[in-house]
Design a protein around this ligand. Structure first.
Ligand code: GLY
Ligand code: MN
Ligand code: MN
Length: 474
């Protein structure tokens, strides 16, 4: 937990951002989530916004701020004798509330009564979109809506949620405080160790699952766990490949995209792609070096006043220039960009916000969290997938994760539909259909001048650094 004053000043700032609003701002923490029956639950993970303002990392808590009187209340139940038998004694709700500077507490069910009374009295109830089914059910019940009406649609957000509250929370969580940056650095340090474990264990004959276990063991022994489901695959062209059931083979590239969540629940998210054998082939090296130059270009360009859309365009042009050098595309790179050629090779965006969640605040709607007002989403496949487009400001934390992928079905889709036909050498792409994919990802903090990569150390990135490091595996 951070110091009490951190939570007090966050809530004071929130109230000042909502100064024109009336009614209640409500915050529903998460409940335990059963795997199959109620007494066997997934490991508890608190709602990130609840953690941000109220700090309590336990199930079945809620909070309200009365925007007119300024009164803050935390709702939760003290343990009874039955709970003590199974869980041991626990701090009282009142003492937990004191640790975050809140002096008024009430039983959990009083939260629901308070919201119902406010509604009955015609007072506005400001809520954030729910990210979990349990919370969606509770909010829907309270507000007379269906569960689908209290969650975001993914990009646009949730039309029924409080626009003012969503906007205020996003504006605060987007700009990381010093104490948060310290935690993200720690999460990135664990992430570095996870990746080191995978790379050191990488040799032909090893099951992918074994490397996943070694990596996840690192973060479980030092932090809370993983910040998302580990991607570790020799099929890097499948962007979020969730399977780890193959055995490592010489000649293949292994893409590892994984991150730690530390004990304060801040995320790290790195990707590296390396040859199972420890030596890149010249064909692999050529593509790898283009991706690396894209990653470094994005980092060099990052700084206050730049937009991530602008940086993404520059990166896409750089990628196309590199692919042109290899003879895989031809023509003017600006024209290629407009013809969606970059999307064939990199159908995802360059990066996303990161913080308490690896894709920070996407539960509020990607357009609200990742785009400035008035910034339009590109209609193109690659650039249109950009999750973080904003003008960069000091305190922004986001990922820099370009990639080049040879996705046989997408190549066929482009060919059949004539997309980019004036530029793409489909004949030459034939020999890349079993290439896989390469992604290189670092986490970046915007500073007052320029930017820095998060974490104490950068994972090996150049061909030479990777090959030198992997010599130890022999
Ligand atoms: N969670 C995978 C990524 O966005 O990099
Ligand atoms: Mn990643
Ligand atoms: Mn990422």
């Amino acid at each position: 937990m951070f110091y009490k004053d951190t939570y007090i000043s966050r809530r004071a700032r929130l109230v000042s951002l909502l100064s024109g609003e009336k009614g209640l701002a409500i915050f529903l923490g998460n409940a335990d989530s059963p795997q199959n029956y109620p007494d066997n639950c997934y490991r508890f993970r608190q709602d990130s916004t609840f953690l941000y303002f109220w700090g309590i990392d336990e199930p079945l808590f809620a909070a309200t701020i009365d925007l007119e009187s300024g009164k803050e209340t935390i709702y939760g139940d003290d343990v009874d004798i039955d709970d003590i038998i199974w869980m041991g004694p626990q701090p009282s709700v009142a003492s937990r509330a004191e640790t975050v500077g809140v002096h008024s507490t009430a039983p959990y069910n009083a939260f629901f009564e308070t919201v119902r009374s406010a509604r009955k009295a015609g007072r506005p109830v400001h809520f954030l979109p729910a990210s979990r089914h349990y919370n969606a059910g509770c909010l829907a019940d309270l507000l007379g809506l269906s569960p689908r009406q209290v969650v975001s649609d993914g990009k646009k957000g949730c039309a029924n949620a409080s626009a003012a509250l969503v906007k205020a929370v996003i504006s605060m969580r987007l700009i990381k405080e010093d104490c948060e940056i310290e935690e993200i650095d720690k999460a990135c340090d664990i992430t570095y160790e996870m990746h080191t474990a995978a790379r050191r264990g990488c040799r032909a004959g090893v099951p992918e699952q074994e490397l996943v276990g070694r990596m996840e063991g690192v973060t479980l022994s030092k932090g809370w766990g993983t910040s998302f489901s580990t991607i570790l695959s020799q099929h890097g062209e499948t962007l979020h490949n969730p399977w780890h059931n193959a055995v490592l083979e010489d000649g293949k590239l292994l893409l590892v995209d994984a991150g730690a969540e530390n004990n304060m629940h801040y995320a790290g998210d790195f990707t590296r792609t390396f040859p199972v054998s420890g030596k890149f082939t010249s064909k692999q090296k050529d593509i790898y070096n283009i991706v690396l130059s894209c990653n470094e270009l994005a980092f060099e360009m990052a700084g206050p006043g730049k937009t991530y859309t602008g940086i993404s365009r520059a990166v896409a042009l750089n990628m196309l220039e590199g692919l042109k050098g290899l003879g895989l595309v031809e023509g003017n790179t600006g024209d290629m960009l407009e013809a969606d050629v970059a999307g064939l090779f990199m159908p995802h965006g360059l990066g996303h916000n990161m913080g308490l969640d690896v894709h920070d605040m996407e539960d509020f709607g990607e357009n609200l969290e990742g785009y400035d007002p008035g910034q339009a989403r590109s209609p193109l496949l690659g650039l249109g997938s950009l999750r973080m487009a904003r003008e960069l400001r000091p305190g922004h934390v986001f990922t820099d994760e370009p990639g080049i992928y040879f996705i046989p079905a997408l190549i066929e889709h482009y060919r059949k539909n004539g997309i980019g036909k004036d530029f793409i050498r489909f004949d030459r792409l034939e020999s890349y259909k079993d290439f896989g994919g390469i992604r290189i990802e670092d986490d970046v903090l915007v500073m007052e001048y320029g930017a820095r990569r998060l974490g104490r150390y950068r994972l090996p990135a150049t061909v030479e650094e990777v090959e030198e490091d992997m010599k130890q595996n022999k």
